[in-house]
Design a protein around this ligand. Structure first.
Ligand code: NAD
Ligand code: ZN
Length: 365
């Protein structure tokens, strides 16, 4: 069992990582005095796999339990779904002391976090992430959101959970594509902050890809600590520090947008390509001088079963989409570029020609 403290003054909390930590949920709820009445928000897939398990843990601890289930889809991150859930909670909430349990991947986590932030202007909630991506990324840091048709994550709040419980036993049922999806973000953490993590992934790729719990646990620990360090320095995404987490995301988001969010590329696949493009830009600008490192990154991404090329997309669409990046300020572009293993920096005003070259490179056969 590993514990990482997220230090945010009055909003501080622990991330607990380990196999079977879900069994101790009742203890944590009591220790944190969260309430007597648990509202679990989950999706149909996670309910089928682990619904009985979580309900019985909470009931054994003497808590009342209401389980609310949403369809297994990004479409559940909507105002409509949120309002349906809020109404059900409000009807249930008579003479109760409720807290919310976000039990699922990033979709459920973002939605349940959002509901927790706005119901009665904020009720306590716990994140119990069930995907690798949620354990290393979305459950940490308090970014909660729902989507609007014109853009993802447009409506939301920064609202911290009271606890993150990452039970690695839950990852046994996770499909390979979801593991690879998260490995892209984990490689990203290594690339921005921790050369040691990169070499661990490199040496343990086979185990990671076959859901080996021990090696997953180690990368979850390191990744959670890295995400935590960024969140602590820039909780509200104001100083620009948290922006370093966007390595690979500028071109990555453009790839997602220009494939019309069709599911052709998962988020992780898109940012894998985005990391390659950013490394290419960095080399062209002379920021990254070690060509061996770009080759290493590329080799690792391929070894993960992640793509390095964006097949079937149009250069012009990717270029146009990247211009709409939320992180660009005053019409100046801003890229997170690698300097070497575990080191990146923000570079503004990258010449258009360099960006276009990098885009054509990821489209070339
Ligand atoms: N808040 C943040 O900081 C943040 C960061 C990154 C991503 N996100 C958001 O997270 C979402 C993506 O999260 P995700 O990748 O976890 O996707 P997801 O929540 O859709 O989960 C992926 C799939 O895995 C299934 N699943 C979940 N747990 C499982 C388990 N234990 N066994 C088998 N199957 C399981 C889900 O039902 C789903 O089909 C996006 O909406 C994204 O915007 C938020
Ligand atoms: Zn991401």
């Amino acid at each position: 069992l590993k514990k990482i403290r997220v230090n945010l003054k009055k909003r501080s909390y622990d991330i607990i990582i380990g196999r079977g930590v879900l069994n101790r949920l009742g203890l944590f709820v009591k220790k944190l005095k969260l309430g007597r009445d648990a509202v679990i928000i989950t999706n149909s897939t996670v309910l089928r796999l682990y619904g009985n398990k979580i309900e019985s843990v909470l009931k054994l601890a003497g808590l009342s339990v209401l389980t609310l289930t949403v369809p297994d889809s990004e479409e559940s991150k909507s105002l409509k779904t949120a309002s349906g859930i809020l109404e059900k909670i409000a009807r249930y909430d008579r003479n109760k002391k409720i807290f919310i349990v976000a039990f699922g991947g990033g979709v459920v986590g973002d939605l349940a976090g959002f509901v927790s932030a706005v119901y009665k202007r904020g009720v306590p909630y716990i994140q119990i992430p069930t995907t690798l991506l949620a354990q290393v990324d979305s459950a940490i840091g308090g970014k909660t959101a729902v989507d609007l048709p014109i853009a993802k994550n447009l409506i939301g709040a920064i609202y911290q959970p009271r606890l993150v419980l990452s039970d690695t036993a839950l990852l046994k049922t996770l499909p390979g594509r979801q593991i690879r999806n998260a490995l892209a973000e984990i490689i990203k953490y290594g690339a921005i902050k921790d050369a040691k993590l990169l070499s661990f992934i490199d040496r343990n790729m086979k185990k990671l890809l076959s859901n080996d719990i021990r090696s997953l646990e180690y990368v979850i620990e390191l990744s959670s600590a890295i995400k935590t360090s960024f969140v602590e320095k820039d909780e509200f995404d104001k100083t620009g520090h948290r922006a370093l987490l966007n390595y690979g995301h500028t071109i990555g988001h453009a790839i997602e947008a220009s494939s019309g969010y069709s599911g052709r590329y998962t988020h992780g696949e898109a940012i894998a390509i985005g990391m390659i493009a950013a490394a290419d830009i960095s080399s062209r600008l002379g920021v990254l001088k070690d060509s061996g490192y770009s080759q290493n990154l590329r080799r690792m991404i391929l070894a993960c079963g992640l793509p390095v090329k964006a097949k079937g997309l149009k250069a012009r669409n990717i270029y146009e989409s990247h211009l709409r990046d939320k992180k660009f300020t005053n019409a100046r572009n801003r890229f997170v570029l690698p300097i070497g293993p575990g080191r990146v920096k923000v570079v503004q005003g990258v010449p258009d020609i360099v960006i276009k070259k990098a885009i054509s490179e990821i489209l070339a056969r």
